[in-house]
Design a protein around this ligand. Structure first.
Ligand code: FHN
Length: 469
């Protein structure tokens, strides 16, 4: 073990009620909204095929020109209640909102900068209104904060001189002031989501990353902080130099997921974040963004894969410059929501089905309280419980093969959507087969009712009448 002052604060999961609620939520909505939604990927007639929120940098826009966008941030279509309703109907249980992205523009009237909503025509506390709208719908709220800041004169990506050091220390004081200001103004938030922490300047300041996490948790007891904030004494990020997770959950999976069979991630809490379009988080009004737009079935598959591996999915929405949601994003949310209204139990309050191997045609999830004892460790332990089988890919044979963990028998299979019982055939003591559900374009969920295996369960020899696939 390497001695560390700014490494992980503990090992193992947090098991307090706030963290358990976050874990059980499984599905959150990410919202990227700021000045970048106004040009939406195009500057002076030139469309840049890169994330809209990077336009200031990718189109080489000066601070002055970018700041002038504040005049157009007029909130003409801003309807946070509609955002919150859309998120709730989609099945999201929490929201993570950008308070300040890399361009430095703040969605709240910060006392520490002029570059905020206070400088826009309405002067309204946009962030406060958004948080209130989501709370009214019963969703928990988390605040995204970019440490990287292209607007602030003291921001440094690298610290190469004494002058840089002094500037960056001033910058960290500014960031501390802003973060404590956020905690004071919005004490009901459940967590903080840090970003823009990858530069050498931040990595060399593990002490600051550690201190600000502690300070925020003092101000908001139970606050949940993502691993992306943290660096240790040696600049290791997410996991410290001893391999222990820093922060409360790992947040390194961005626009990608762990492999479906990678059970190593079930050792800790984690959250992946995903875009709806090709690669833009902010609203990008272009054919380029549309080319990569995900379908509802793809989103549901990502969600199922995430939950099967014990993670949360934070699905991003990029409202338009006027503050309205793009109809295509609302439509997607509705379709995902229609699926969640029926199949939500396979997601909310669920986690990995321990002992159930990745089946190839989909994913298994199990209610969190059953996550551990699916496979009995002692003869007295009751393995009875349900496992959800989320079918995302129907094999060409039209048959689903289910490999049961040792000691577990399958009692019944039902369709979650309508409760229909589905017949299955044992192939041997540990394997059953059944006809796959008819394709609908969206994943089907089967409820597998399990119990302890007895002598009558399964066949001791393979059944020669059933074709193996
Ligand atoms: O550069 C940002 C990007 O704009 C977006 O905010 C994502 C969300 O995870 N984070 C950064 C890239 O890692």
């Amino acid at each position: 073990m390497i001695p560390l002052r700014y490494g992980a604060d503990g090992t193992g999961r947090r098991e307090d009620p706030t963290m358990r609620a976050f874990r059980a939520d499984r599905f959150g909505q990410f919202v990227h909204w700021g000045l970048y939604a106004l040009p939406a990927g195009t500057w002076k007639g030139r469309t840049i095929e890169f994330a809209a929120e990077f336009l200031m940098q990718s189109a080489g826009v000066s601070r002055e020109e970018w700041s002038a966008l504040t005049a157009d941030f007029t909130l003409d279509g801003f309807d946070p209640a509609a955002w919150a309703r859309t998120a709730k109907r989609m099945g999201a249980r929490y929201v993570t909102v950008t308070t300040k992205h890399h361009d430095g523009f703040c969605l709240w009237p910060s006392a520490y900068t002029d570059f905020s909503v206070a400088a826009t025509p309405s002067g309204r506390d946009v962030l406060g209104e958004i948080l209130e709208a989501y709370r009214a719908e019963g969703l928990a709220t988390h605040l995204y904060y970019s440490v990287l800041d292209w607007h602030h004169p003291d921001w440094r990506a690298t610290v190469d001189s004494d002058a840089d050091r002094e500037a960056f220390e001033r910058y960290l004081r500014f960031a501390t002031d802003q973060l404590l200001e956020l905690a004071e103004r919005y004490p009901q938030v459940r967590g903080f989501w840090f970003d823009g922490t990858w530069d050498a300047s931040v990595k060399a300041n593990g002490r600051w990353t550690h201190e600000i996490e502690q300070l925020l948790k003092e101000r908001i007891p139970g606050a949940i902080v993502n691993s992306r904030l943290r660096a240790d004494d040696h600049g290791a990020r997410h996991f410290d130099s001893n391999g222990a997770l820093m922060g409360d959950y790992e947040s390194g999976y961005e626009r990608r997921l762990p492999a479906p069979w990678d059970l190593s991630v079930t050792a800790h809490d984690w959250e992946a974040c995903a875009t709806l379009t090709q690669a833009s988080w902010g609203f990008h009004d272009s054919a380029w963004a549309e080319r990569g737009r995900k379908t509802p079935a793809q989103i549901v598959e990502q969600l199922a894969q995430t939950v099967s591996l014990g993670g949360n999915l934070l699905l991003n929405f990029g409202p338009r410059g006027d503050g309205s949601l793009a109809p295509v994003e609302v439509a997607l949310a509705e379709e995902v929501g229609a699926w969640m209204a029926v199949n939500g139990p396979a997601v909310h309050g669920s986690g990995p089905a321990a002992g159930w191997d990745y089946p190839g045609w989909g994913f298994y999830t199990a209610p969190l309280e059953h996550t551990a004892p699916q496979v009995p460790e002692t003869p007295d332990e009751d393995p009875t419980g349900i496992v959800h089988a989320i079918v995302v890919r129907i094999p060409v044979s039209g048959l689903l093969t289910i490999a049961l963990p040792a000691g577990v028998a399958l009692r019944a299979v039902r369709a979650l959507a309508d409760g229909t019982e589905l017949p299955f055939t044992p192939l041997d003591a540990h394997t059953v087969q059944l006809a796959a559900p008819a394709p609908t374009g969206m994943p089907a969920v089967l409820v597998l009712e399990t119990g302890p295996a007895g002598p009558a369960d399964g066949l001791s020899e393979p059944n020669p009448d059933v074709a193996l696939v």
